[in-house]
Design a protein around this ligand. Structure first.
Ligand SMILES: [Zn+2]
Length: 415
């Protein structure tokens, strides 16, 4: 038989987790001793190493012996572009001061807003690039990034242009979200600010094509459900799909707004009701859970992942990387999801791949090793898939490929 030539073959893994056959192996579609054939940046076939070697010859071969292969990880929720850090505030939280109390006193988000307004676009770009390199070295190939540390037109545009430049210059697939409604700027009332988001910012962001999604921090003392709905309705009219920070600190109607507007995702969901989860099975809203955020707030509160999974909801997981939650790796999130949310390995793997892709409307392009999809994958130094959520993720990533191109080798970004 004449062997067909492909660009890349990844071979000899212990398990290749394709997420391509919902019926078998807990929906993971595991191929034992498998690999992946890649050509022109797309998946050609995920199958046993034997079969791949019989069918194909390759320009480049990557040996994944003693490893498992997963689709490139997807992080559907980050606030990655900002200046400064809030390590001092974290010490206050350790001493018992609450996040919302810090925010009311002009710390928290507002402190980062001040730092970010002063920063140049170039320095924001450099911060973003370093952080995205860490995402890559942690296995994430698709990363959503929200604005929201500008809180006035020019600075929100500065952040979104930085995100756009990162999308052009960095190998990660970047999904931009406008989140002007992240906090009320000092000296303004929420109703004044909401009207500037609706009348001034959203039209400019949409016109410049700088965001795919619009997100709102729907929370007591920030934006209420009526304001959130108004912003997201206007965004939808302008072609920006809705997302929402829902019910993180209090149950204040966020999940309800998500269901009403058929938002792409509703994120956090710690204080949402079972009735709203039930509703999500009909509206198609993807629940995004962020256990590292709860963990870093030291609040000890978590979303009811088991309840949602029991209803058959496709639970997604994200880092919620921000200055108050300095965690960039989805494998670290996996470690928390198992311990804090009691999610098992197959649930977690779906949560950081295909379900996270759904939370970004990208499930047809990434999130599984399905033929024709973008060839984004990661090889992990692990004997089997149960190690996802079992390890804390240190030095587990070996290779990362995006569109068939190696971007990380031996856990290090290829310059
Ligand atoms: Zn967030």
């Amino acid at each position: 038989m004449v062997k067909k030539r492909v660009d890349v073959l990844v071979l000899n893994s212990n398990e290749t987790i394709t997420l391509d056959s919902p019926e078998i192996e807990n929906g993971l579609g595991i191929v034992d001793n498998g690999g992946v054939a890649i050509d022109k940046g797309k998946i050609v076939l995920a199958a046993s190493t034997d079969l791949l070697e019989r069918k194909f010859r390759a320009g480049r071969t990557i040996n994944a012996e003693d490893e498992i292969i997963l689709p490139g990880l997807v992080d559907p929720h980050t606030h990655l572009v900002f200046a400064g850090a809030r390590d001092a505030e974290f010490q206050l939280r350790i001493a018992g001061v609450s996040y919302m109390e810090i925010l009311r006193k002009g710390g928290g988000i507002i402190e980062t807003v001040n730092r970010t307004r002063q920063a140049s676009q170039e320095s924001l770009f450099q911060f973003g690039k370093q952080r995205l390199d860490t995402c890559l070295e942690s296995g994430s190939t698709t990363v959503e990034i929200k604005s929201g540390y500008g809180l006035r037109l020019d600075d929100e545009l500065k952040i979104l242009r930085t995100v756009q430049r990162l999308g052009n210059d960095h190998p990660c697939n970047i999904v931009p979200t406008f989140m002007g409604a992240h906090a009320v700027p000092p000296g303004e009332t929420s109703s004044e600010y909401v009207s500037s988001v609706i009348k001034e910012m959203l039209p400019r962001v949409a016109q410049a094509g700088l965001a795919e999604f619009c997100d709102v921090f729907c929370e007591q003392g920030v934006f209420d459900s009526i304001e959130s709905e108004r912003i997201l309705r206007k965004a939808a009219k302008l072609g920006l799909k809705p997302k929402i920070h829902a019910d993180q600190f209090t149950g204040c109607g966020g999940a309800e707004v998500a269901n009403k507007l058929h938002a792409t995702s509703a994120d956090h969901l710690i204080h949402s009701s079972a009735k709203q989860f039930e509703q999500m099975t009909k509206t198609g809203v993807i629940p995004v859970l962020l256990p590292s955020s709860s963990h870093n707030l030291l609040a000890g509160e978590n979303a009811d992942a088991r309840g949602m999974l029991g209803m058959g909801l496709p639970v997604a997981l994200g880092t919620d990387f921000s200055p108050s939650n300095w965690m960039l790796g989805q494998l670290s999130v996996a470690a928390l999801a198992s311990r804090e949310l009691r999610m098992n390995a197959p649930e977690i793997i779906r949560g950081i791949t295909i379900n996270a892709a759904r939370a970004l409307g990208l499930e047809k392009r990434v999130g599984s090793l399905h033929r024709g999809k973008q060839a984004d994958l990661v090889t992990l130094r692990a004997p089997n898939h149960r190690w996802v959520g079992y390890t804390y993720g240190e030095r587990v990533v070996d290779n990362v490929l995006i569109e068939g191109e190696p971007v990380v080798k031996d856990g290090k970004r290829i310059p």
